[in-house]
Design a protein around this ligand. Structure first.
Ligand SMILES: [Zn+2]
Length: 258
């Protein structure tokens, strides 16, 4: 087994009090939230809690830039647990192509292809019960309650590979705004393959497919029985097995969208 570096996500979950009408989005809902693991009150918004989970990278990894192929992609029957939120039946996402590191790929189709692969995998797992629609591209690179559900590379807490923020109503579990920010300080590449990966970098589609699982309402899993699941809480350089969902990932998603 190789290095278990990191991981994946720092999930910040904002709990909203249900109300018959939407309030205007706050200007900066995360302005006072520490990027350290914990459960915080939002001093700007009484009644709202923010959950933050940080997974630091394992330091001092080797780097030799080799494309390794014939990687294993075992199935797993360990069923991933649902969290408290879910998406409505139509969900529009907004991509930030200009934020993608050049090491991942150049051109506007890079992000749309890898994100499209991830959304298609999850949508298929739940028989299309969430229809993912690509909205207009954005230049936004930080999370906000702004009616855009973005995927972007940007600044995040220093040791987190990626951060997914889910804002949802506690009463209904309905998500209202979801964003994934990939940490641009790490080394990223994209093999565009489910069996080959560059061993000196995190594969962007591998991590993004995991993060999209959080969008649907799935939790991180850390028990060793989940090692081969897409929703396993750690990611590794040179890994692409999270590109393909295991039986346990699919069953977990289906429990949310029966
Ligand atoms: Zn995660």
């Amino acid at each position: 087994m190789r290095y278990f570096a990191i991981l994946i996500s720092l999930a910040a979950v904002l709990f909203f009090i249900a109300s018959p009408t939407f309030a205007a989005p706050p200007d900066n809902p995360l302005s006072n939230v520490p990027e350290r693991s914990g459960l915080y009150d939002d001093p700007d918004h009484p009644g709202i809690k923010v959950r933050v989970i940080v997974h630091p990278e394992k330091p001092n990894q080797t780097s030799n830039s080799v494309l390794v192929c014939s990687l294993d992609d075992p199935d797993s029957s360990a069923v991933v647990s649902p969290e408290a939120w879910h998406l409505p039946s139509n969900w529009t996402y907004n991509l930030n192509p200009s934020s993608v590191p050049s090491s991942v790929g150049v051109g506007s189709s890079t992000l749309s292809t890898m994100a499209g692969n991830g959304f298609a995998d999850w949508s298929s797992a739940i028989s299309g019960k969430v229809n993912f629609l690509r909205g207009t591209d954005t230049s936004i690179a930080r999370s906000a309650y702004d009616s855009k559900n973005i995927i972007a590379w940007g600044r995040t807490q220093g040791t987190a590979l990626g951060v997914t923020y889910i804002r949802y109503y506690t009463s209904s579990g309905l998500a209202v705004d979801v964003d994934t920010i990939m940490n641009k300080k790490f080394s990223w590449k994209w093999s565009n393959s489910n069996s080959c990966a560059f061993d000196d970098a995190y594969d962007a589609e591998n991590v993004l497919t995991h993060e999209i699982g959080h969008w649907l309402g799935l939790d991180d899993e850390y028990d060793v029985i989940f090692t081969d699941n897409t929703m396993f809480g750690y990611a590794d350089k040179g890994e692409v097995k999270k590109n393909t969902l295991t039986t346990g990932d699919i069953l977990g998603a289906q429990s949310i969208y029966p």
